[in-house]
Ligand binder design. Sequence first.
Ligand SMILES: [Zn+2]
Ligand SMILES: [Zn+2]
Length: 315
Amino acid sequence: MAKLYPFVAVFLLLSASSAASQSLNTSSDSIPGKDFSTGGKQSGEYLQLFAEDISRSNNLVLGVLLPRSIWSPLPRVLQIWLRNYIAGIIVYFVSGGLWSFYIYYWKRDVYIPADSTPSKEPIFLQIMVTMKAMPLYSALPTLSEYMIENGWTKCFANINEVGWPSYILLSILYLVLVEFGIYWMHRELHDIKVLYKYLHATHHIYNKQNTLSPFAGLAFHPLDGILQAIPHVAVLFIIPTHFLTHEMLLFCEGIWTTNIHDCIHGKVWPVMGAGYHTIHHTTYRHNYGHYTIWMDWMFGTLRDPIAEAKNMKDM
Ligand SMILES: [Zn+2]
Ligand SMILES: [Zn+2]
């Protein structure tokens, strides 16, 4: 029976996304220029709403941090890339820096034994790897915004177009499909030897408490990081998604990956916290999931940190 779970799950996901799209095709009749059924059929007037959102985000980040004379002459696609690059760096250093300060200094020896606190060397290396990858990471949201602005995806601009109940349902479907996509992308990065050797191994050189740190969260080969984030963009062609929610969830990845690399087991079911992810870094064969334990549970790769600790004690 357990072997049927994956097929049932895929069937349910596809049915739910198709039902959601169909119900929105009906409700979108009243939205001028909007057609949820296919990409590329949205009127220029409707697409202007995405363009305005993008310009507002550019102004919010670039307008505050840089003189207008530096960024406003750039082509629009470069403005978007620069904004994503700066926002990515801010999210990485603020979330990683604050969390590291809290667990290693402020609460020293509370969550992490003092003798397991990572030294400066692995943290510095993680920051270097991340900084090298960040220019390419920033290209993914830039591509996704380009496709959204040109009407290629099923994105919609305002929550009130679909109403809050549909918005919540669609956001849940988006997250479930992202979870499914990231699980399989991550698992293939381990199973396909050449991908592991040339891409994913870069992230797996950190494999214990005193080498893993919140700064390891984005320390990937740039192509590895992009491959694992692709489900966020691919889902836009399947599920009608609120544009700014997609942007926000993509950037939340930066905060989430900080959290799952701190080696502190949060014990909040069904969240796949750092306790699970630390096991992933040590066994290489378990806990490929991202936000929750469900994909690993369904596909038979889950290993529980509490059971693991108990086994070690009994040995
Ligand atoms: Zn891995
Ligand atoms: Zn990791």
